[in-house]
Ligand binder design. Structure first.
Ligand code: SF4
Length: 819
């Protein structure tokens, strides 16, 4: 299905707003356009907004959308009375303003939410996790009991039994950070370490695809380099719904499309808001079929000699038989796969690709010719294509297509991966310790590690490295997970797959014996903890804020505490200090420093790496410091001299054929339906487009997408946002009609794993046979276990992907009926 955007639309798209106002919506209305001629350095002007505020302090939105928007909290009578956006910089990319999106602008409704956790809570003896039977206890009792149980588990099972849960609720904090390097990880490292993970729920598949193909995590050219591109392709990427602030792609990608008039194509099963607002053309396809579309495109490129053969010969492994690694079987090159000479004997013609993807043949041929005749093209791969059961191959195929076009290392081209950006380097002495536990599991397989951790090995996704940093081929866990430490984390229930199955596992406290969770909102994951500790919001503490994605502009923010902690909440630094005292390592943990002392030191330590970076006090005053680092051109050095600058792959080249994956395909015992392949082939898995054809019980594919009303589950309980962005399931009219479903009907979406109730949006904006639910809605079961929140994760399957052991949350079959 191709949706051409008509000429009128194109004109209107590129002239529909004044650019000084587009990025932050209402945010821009109160922002100044002042730029004092100090390149890259913003200034704070706290004289707007509520003029009788007692003070205005800088802070930021710390959640995991990819951006990190500065916020100014205006304080009156000890409360955050108003929230203002960034007012520094202008509209020029490199010193652009970062006005917050409506999520950050509504943060007062999170700070003062009725869902705030007010006191330490302990699960009542004799009840099960999730029963929501709590005793309110003192901090002393909570910390004493947690310390005692922790020490007992450490003595019985060792530090490998302690799992630090995936947690991005405070991703942008440094001392207060939840994702890596924050206070809780520091404490656990000082106590002997913890079991960590590789990959993440956002990028598990593409991270492995990049490791296998490019030798590591390599972002692509930054979007400001679009001025050098002849064609812009967003593949499974929708910045208009993920990062809508003024500092990120929602602003500068649109501005650059307008300024350069570059033709823009979006590939997505959904007619997303990015298609609506950015695209000249939408190439739609069934979920999980990107590798097939690319094989069809490759067939056209090869047949019409539109590919870059010289580049493939010099820089890549396995496009042709002549560049296959030693020991690879005959006819195992990508060319052989595409042209029908491979083991399956199928020629991947556009007609074949169309039969898999549902994309019309003409569209595939036209798309291929556009790519072949417009080099370099900037192909920005989002994280949608890889979040399915065969996601690693979808992602590897996109990187392969980019290599076939010779885009790599060129201005205007890229690596075929996620858009790159610049950063201010933050050197954190607070996070200097390595984790003594070197073994890791995938971010997604912690339920297996609870259930049968001591049986998990390499083929189950366990990884370990020797003293020289070389990977060990088949490491094994020695103990299961016996304790979970969760801070700013909602992945135990809400964000993980198969909520009903996970609940059953967590309710058995003979397996995982201790769950400690600290948050400032009573999330569904908190309901499954043994101890719930009330944490502060970011208005209640200061910190150094690590930046997000803003093209060529790096920035750093010093956040200041605006109000005293609400209720009995404490900062995570304070909580960990008190735990450290009970564990006998307080001095080692704090080194005699307060949280502010650490923040000051972090800024001082970072100044050397960032010429011109102001000191702490000046930064606190100015709030956000910006620096123009220039456009990023990924793999430029590799392109210029591949021998002097090899990739970190076994060959030093781009590995279209991976000997490592070929070996795993031979040696690993994988569950039914799991396949790994040396080439980025289209593979059929479980509950995919092919299975949908024959599954009469659950015949509809279901994918999710990132939603403007939430950042994952953060902000999911904010009334303003819930009103503005209603949770709905998209269903195509051809699927709605036979089910008697009309726009606005309440429906039940269900499969063998669960049911969720939600409103239907009947729309041609979703591919026929496919439905889509926004991720992150708060799980809210009724007495019969039917989720009333409309979230997807009662329907998603706990089945790690074959290669990365990642989350395949866009591979599901469901049925929909009127409620
Ligand atoms: S959710 Fe993201 S884009 Fe919105 S204000 Fe927060 S950091 Fe900015």
């Amino acid at each position: 299905m191709t949706i051409e955007v008509g000429a009128d639309r194109k004109v209107s798209r590129r002239s529909f707003m004044k650019w000084s106002g587009i990025a932050g919506g209402s945010a821009a209305l109160v922002a100044t356009t002042a730029h004092l001629g100090m390149p890259g350095i913003g200034t704070a002007a706290n004289s707007d907004g509520m003029l009788d505020a007692e003070q205005t302090v800088w802070s930021a939105c710390l959640v995991n959308c990819g951006a990190r928007c500065p916020l100014r909290f205006q304080v009156k009578d000890g409360t955050v009375a108003r929230v203002l956006p960034d007012n520094t910089g202008g509209d020029e990319i490199g010193n652009h303003r970062i006005p917050a999106c409506p999520r950050g602008r509504s943060i007062r409704q999170r700070i003062y939410s009725p869902d705030r956790i007010k006191k330490p809570l302990k699960r009542k003896p004799g009840t099960k996790r999730g029963d929501e039977q709590w005793e309110e206890i003192s901090w002393e009792q909570a910390l004493d009991e947690i310390a005692e149980k922790y020490q007992q588990l450490l003595a019985d099972y060792g530090p490998e039994s302690q799992f630090y849960a995936y947690a991005t609720g405070v991703i942008a904090g440094t001392v207060s950070g939840s994702y890596y390097g924050g206070a809780l990880q520091r404490l656990l490292k000082k106590m002997g370490g913890f079991l960590s993970y590789y990959g993440d729920y956002s990028t598990g598949g593409i991270t492995e695809a990049m490791r296998v193909t490019l030798g590591g995590y390599i972002d692509s050219n930054s979007t400001d380099d679009l001025v050098n591109s002849k064609l812009y392709v967003l593949w499974g990427h929708s910045p208009m719904e993920t990062k809508m602030c003024g500092g990120s792609e929602a602003f500068y990608a649109q501005k650059l499309i307008r300024d350069t008039n570059v033709r823009t194509i979006v590939v997505d099963p959904r007619h997303s808001d990015s298609v609506q607002l950015m695209a000249d053309e939408h190439v739609a396809l069934k979920p999980g079929t990107d590798a097939a579309l690319i094989a069809g495109i490759a067939h056209v490129l090869i047949s019409e000699d539109l590919h870059e053969q010289e580049f493939l010969d010099e820089y890549c492994v396995g496009f042709d038989e002549s560049t296959l690694p030693e020991g690879a079987p005959e006819n195992s090159s990508y060319r052989a796969y595409v042209m029908g000479d491979g083991p399956d004997g199928i020629e991947k013609t556009p007609e074949w690709a169309s039969s898999v993807t549902g994309t019309p043949v003409d569209t595939i041929v036209k798309f291929a010719r556009e790519l072949g005749n417009n080099k370099p093209s900037m192909i920005h791969q989002g994280w949608g294509a890889q979040r399915c059961a065969n996601g690693e191959n979808q992602s590897r195929a996109i990187i392969t297509l980019n290599a076939m076009l010779g885009n790599v290392g060129l201005p205007g081209g890229g690596a075929g991966t996620y858009p790159g950006s610049s950063a201010v380097t933050i050197n954190s002495a607070f996070d200097a310790d390595p984790n003594p536990v070197t073994k890791k599991i995938s971010h997604f397989t912690w339920p297996d590690a609870i259930d049968h951790g001591a049986e998990m090995k390499g083929e189950d996704g366990v990884r370990d490295w020797d003293e020289d940093g070389n990977p060990i081929w088949d490491p094994q866990l020695e103990v299961p997970i016996k304790a979970i430490w969760a801070y700013g984390s909602n992945t135990l229930i809400n964000q993980h797959s198969d909520i009903n199955g996970t609940k059953e596992l967590l309710r058995d406290d003979s397996k995982c014996e201790l769950i400690v969770l600290c948050d400032n909102q009573m999330t569904s994951s908190a309901k499954f903890a043994d101890y719930v500790l009330p944490g502060t919001s970011n208005a209640e503490e200061g910190d150094v804020v690590q930046q997000g994605l803003a093209a060529n502009m790096g920035y750093s923010i010093v956040a200041t505490k605006a109000i005293d902690p609400l209720y009995e909440s404490k900062t995570i630094y304070e909580i960990c200090t008190e735990l450290a005292r009970r564990l006998g390592i307080e001095e080692e943990f704090t080194e005699g420093k307060t949280q502010e002392d650490w923040a000051r030191q972090i800024i001082e330590d970072s100044r050397e790496a960032n010429p011109g970076m102001p000191g702490y006090d000046e930064l606190q005053e100015m709030g956000v410091w910006k620096v123009d680092n220039g456009a990023r051109v990924a793999l430029r050095e590799f392109r210029e001299d591949p021998e002097a600058n090899p990739l970190d792959t076994p060959s030093g080249k781009i590995e279209i054929y991976s000997a490592e994956v070929a070996r795993k395909a031979e040696e690993w015992n994988l569950p039914d339906g799991d396949v790994v392949t040396a080439l980025p082939e289209q593979i059929n898995t479980w509950e995919d487009f092919e299975a949908a054809k024959t599954n009469s019980e659950f015949p509809l594919q279901m994918i999710s997408y990132h939603f403007k009303g939430r950042t994952h589950s953060s902000y999911g309980n904010v009334p303003w946002l819930k009103q503005a962005h209603r949770q709905v399931i998209w269903i195509n009219p051809v699927d709605a009609k036979p089910r008697g479903i009309e726009n606005g009907d309440e429906v039940i979406v269900y499969n063998g794993r669960g049911q969720t109730k939600v409103e239907a949006k009947v729309t041609p904006r979703i591919f026929p046979g496919v439905t889509t639910l926004p991720e992150g809605a708060w799980y809210n079961p009724d007495k019969d276990g039917v989720d009333q929140g409309g979230g997807p994760n009662v329907l998603t399957k706990y089945h790690p992907t074959a290669l990365a052991k990642s989350n395949p949350q866009y591979t599901n079959l469901v049925e929909v009926k009127k409620a």
